[in-house]
Design a protein around this ligand. Structure first.
Ligand SMILES: *Cc1c(COP(=O)(O)O)cnc(C)c1O
Length: 663
C-alpha cells in the first residue's frame, strides 16, 4: 500500500530493535517465576524507528516524535554479516517483507469499543516493547544506576492501550538487567502513570487470558505474579472479603483487565476533567480509590491555542493581538484582558464580521467540496447556505452517548412545526454534523442514515423556504475541523451526563466564539464555572440524576405516550412519511425501537428541555449585540483550557522532570 511521503521523517535503521512473540519459558530449576527467565523458540519481528521533529512555537526547541515500523525478519534474506559490521541498512534491505503488523490496511477504527482481536494485541505489544527497549538502551548510556530510573524517565500510559509497558518494563529489568523482583516493581510503579479516558465499560480493554499467554508467555506470567501479590494484599487488608478481591482482580474469568493492570502498576491515576475524576473515584474505580486514594488526581484536558486559534482563525487571532498584544499565544489566560471590550460596540461589530467571513469560507467549502450525493456516491446537486442563518455545529465521533440523535430529533420537531405553519417566522438555522463511525457500529451508521434522510427531506422541501438546512460533512478530520469550528455560532455538547470524560471540541468552539448548548458533562462543567452559566445554554439531566434514573428504572414508552411532541416524531419514524425506501424504513424503525423500549442514553428524557434551550438560543440570536457580548465573554474566559496549562500540571504533579532553560 502506498504511504504518504513525509519529508520530515528520518528512518533510523541502525536503532532497530527485535520484539519477540510466542515461544516457551526456560529458567534454572532452582529459580522461581520472579527470577530471570528466558524465552525459547520465539518468533521475532524487527521494529525500525522513524523520527519526526516536533518544532515548538518560537521557543528554540525541537523535540522528537519516534514512531515504529515493523517487518518480520526473513532470515534467508537477512544479511548477518552486514548486521555484525553495523551496516544495518544493508542487513535489513531485503528484510522488509510480509509486513502485516503496522500496515495501514489493519487499523482498528473502533473508538470507545474494545474488539479484543489477536492482531491488535500484537500491534500494541510491538509498540510497547520497541519503545521500552529503546528507553532502557538510552538510559543505560547515562551509566546511572536503575535506582534513579524514575527520576529521569516518566511513562504516561495514555488510555489502556499501552498498559503492557508495566509487564514489559518488569520483564526487561528482571530477565535482562538482573534486577531483583521487588526492586524492579518499585522502579516500575514509580515510573509509570495512567490516564483514564472513558467510563464506558465496553471501551475498557480485556484480553483473553489464554490468547495473551500464547502470544506473550512471559508478559502473561508477569501479569499473574503482579495479580497474585495484589490480590493477597487486598485479602489481607479486607479480611478475606473475596467478593472485593474478585472485583479488583486483574485476571478473572479467563480475561485480563488492562485498566486494573495500569492502576496497580502506576503511582498516579488521573481523569481528564473534574467531573470525570469524581466519577472514577466514587463509581467506576471506587474500590481502587479506597485502596490507593493518594494515587488519584485530575488533569483537565486542554487544546493548543496555536493549532486551534492562531492558525485556523487568523483574522480573530489578529484582532485579539491588536487589542491585548500577542502574549495570549503562549499564555492563554491573558485572554481575560479582552473582557473590558465586551461593551465596546466597534469591537463587537468586528468580532461579528470576522465570524461572518469564516461562515463564508465554510459555505464555499460546502458548495465545492460537500455536494449532495445519491446512494451510489454520485454527485447530484450542490448545497447553498445562508450566512444569515445560525451555524449550529455538532462535530465529533459518532456515538450513541454523544447523542447526535437528540440533535436530529429536535430538527425533526422544528421541521414539523414549520410544516404545520409555513408562515411562522423562525430564526433560520443551518445544522452541521461532522462525524465518522467505526464500520461495524450498526447504530452509529443508522443515525448517520437518519441525518442524511432528514437532510434530503428538509433541504428539498419548498414549504421550508430555506429556513432550516441540514448538512452532513464527509471525511471529518482536523483540517476540516479548522474550517468548521471557526465558523460556528452554536456548539453542540449534548452527551448523556456522566459519560463524556472531558471533550475538547467544546473548548475549540468556545475559543473561536461559538456559544455552547450543552449538558453538565465532562469539561462543560468547568467551562460553565469559568465562562458563567448565563453565557451558555445548559440543559438536561445532571450526572447524579442520570445515575438515579438508571438505578430506579426509567420508562421511555410512558414518556412517549404522555408527551404529544415526542409521540409525533416516534410515529413518524415508524411511518413512511420521511422515506418510502424499505431499507431506510427498517433503519428508522430500529432507531425508534431503541428509543421507545430502552433509551439507554436518555434522549427522550432530555428532548423537551433541549428544545426549550434551543428556543433560548434563537431568541438571543435576534439581539446581535447581546449575542456578540456573550461571544466575547466566552473567548475571554477560555484561558484555562490551554494544553500548555494541562501539560505543566502533568509535569508539576506527576512527572517532576527538571526544567531546562532554553537560550
Ligand atoms: C477535537 C476533535 C475531536 C474531539 O471532539 P469531541 O467533541 O471532544 O469529541 C474529534 N475529532 C476531531 C477531528 C477533532 O479535531
Amino acid at each position: 500500500m502506498a504511504a504518504t511521503w513525509k519529508p520530515w521523517e528520518i528512518q533510523h535503521e541502525e536503532e532497530v530493535v527485535i520484539v519477540k512473540f510466542g515461544g516457551s519459558l526456560k529458567r534454572e530449576k532452582s529459580f522461581t517465576n520472579k527470577q530471570k527467565t528466558e524465552i525459547e523458540d520465539y518468533e521475532s519481528v524487527s521494529a525500525i524507528p522513524f523520527d519526526t521533529p516536533v518544532v515548538g512555537y518560537r521557543n528554540n526547541t525541537v523535540n522528537t516524535l519516534r514512531l515504529w515500523s515493523t517487518s518480520v525478519p526473513d532470515y534467508d534474506q537477512f544479511n548477518i554479516k552486514a548486521f555484525d559490521k553495523g551496516d544495518y541498512h544493508h542487513a535489513l534491505k531485503n528484510v522488509l517483507c510480509h509486513d502485516d503488523l503496522t500496515m495501514v490496511s489493519i487499523l482498528y477504527p473502533n473508538d470507545s469499543h474494545d474488539s479484543g482481536k489477536r492482531l491488535r494485541l500484537k500491534q500494541q505489544y510491538i509498540l510497547v516493547s520497541a519503545s521500552m527497549q529503546d528507553i532502557i538502551r538510552t538510559y543505560k548510556k547515562s551509566s546511572l544506576p536503575f535506582e534513579m530510573f524514575h527520576q529521569k524517565v516518566a511513562i504516561q500510559i495514555n488510555d489502556t492501550h499501552p498498559s503492557l509497558v508495566i509487564t514489559e518494563l518488569m520483564r526487561i529489568l528482571v530477565d535482562e538487567e538482573d534486577i531483583e523482583w521487588d526492586k524492579a516493581w518499585d522502579i516500575t510503579v514509580n515510573t509509570c502513570a495512567y490516564t483514564n479516558h472513558t467510563v464506558l465499560s465496553e471501551a475498557l480493554e480485556q484480553w483473553d487470558a489464554a490468547m495473551m499467554k500464547a502470544i506473550l508467555p512471559r508478559n502473561f506470567e508477569i501479569v499473574e505474579i503482579i495479580n497474585h501479590d495484589f490480590c493477597v494484599s487486598v485479602e489481607k487488608k479486607y479480611c478475606k472479603d473475596m467478593d472485593r478481591v474478585r472485583r479488583l482482580s486483574i485476571v478473572v474469568d479467563g480475561k485480563v483487565k488492562m485498566a486494573h493492570l495500569a492502576i496497580v502498576g502506576s503511582h498516579s491515576i488521573n481523569g481528564v476533567a473534574e467531573l470525570h475524576t469524581q466519577i472514577l473515584k466514587e463509581d467506576v474505580l471506587r474500590d481502587f480509590y479506597e485502596i490507593f486514594p493518594e494515587k488519584f488526581n485530575c488533569k483537565t484536558n486542554g487544546i493548543t491555542p496555536r493549532r486551534w486559534l492562531l492558525k485556523p482563525n487568523p483574522e480573530l487571532a489578529g484582532l485579539i493581538t491588536d487589542k491585548i498584544g500577542n502574549g495570549w499565544i503562549t499564555n492563554l489566560s491573558e485572554l481575560e484582558k479582552l473582557e473590558k471590550f465586551s461593551n465596546d460596540i466597534d469591537f463587537l461589530k468586528q468580532i461579528t464580521e470576522i465570524k461572518r467571513r469564516n461562515k463564508e469560507r465554510l459555505k464555499n467549502y460546502v458548495y465545492k467540496q460537500n455536494p449532495v450525493r445519491d446512494g451510489s456516491g454520485k454527485t447530484i446537486g450542490k448545497i447553498e447556505l445562508s450566512l444569515d442563518s445560525i451555524f449550529d455545529v455538532q462535530a465529533k465521533r459518532l456515538h450513541e452517548y454523544k447523542r447526535q440523535l437528540l440533535n436530529a430529533l429536535h430538527i425533526l420537531i422544528l421541521y414539523n412545526r414549520l410544516k404545520n405553519n409555513p408562515d411562522q417566522k423562525i430564526i433560520a438555522r443551518t445544522f452541521f454534523f461532522a462525524a465518522k463511525s467505526a464500520p461495524g457500529y450498526e447504530m452509529a451508521k443508522a443515525i448517520i442514515k437518519f441525518i442524511t434522510i432528514l437532510a434530503r427531506t428538509i433541504n428539498n422541501d419548498p414549504d421550508i423556504k430555506d429556513m432550516i438546512k441540514v448538512v452532513f460533512l464527509e471525511n471529518y478530520n482536523v483540517s476540516l475541523a479548522e474550517i468548521l469550528l471557526t465558523a460556528a455560532d452554536v456548539s453542540e455538547q449534548i452527551s448523556t451526563a456522566g459519560l463524556e470524560a472531558s471533550g475538547t471540541g467544546n473548548m475549540k468552539l468556545a475559543l473561536n466564539g461559538a456559544l455552547t448548548i450543552g449538558t453538565m458533562d465532562g469539561a462543560n462543567v468547568e467551562m460553565s464555572e469559568e465562562i458563567g452559566e448565563e453565557n451558555m445554554f445548559i440543559f438536561g439531566l445532571r450526572s447524579d440524576e442520570v445515575k438515579r434514573l438508571r438505578e430506579n428504572g426509567y420508562n421511555p414508552g410512558e414518556l412517549c405516550n404522555r408527551e404529544e411532541t415526542v409521540q409525533r416524531i416516534i410515529n413518524q419514524l415508524y411511518s413512511d412519511e420521511l422515506t418510502k425506501i424499505p431499507e431506510e424504513r427498517a433503519i428508522l424503525k430500529r432507531i425508534a425501537d431503541s428509543l421507545v423500549h430502552v433509551d439507554k442514553y436518555f434522549i427522550l428524557k432530555d428532548l423537551l428541555p433541549y428544545k426549550e434551550a434551543q428556543e433560548k438560543v434563537s431568541e438571543l440570536y435576534q439581539d446581535r449585540i447581546s449575542w456578540a457580548k456573550k461571544v466575547v465573554l466566552n473567548i475571554a474566559r477560555s484561558g484555562k483550557f490551554s494544553s500548555d496549562r494541562t501539560i505543566k500540571q502533568y509535569n508539576d504533579e506527576i512527572w517532576n522532570l527538571e526544567k531546562i532553560p532554553v537560550p
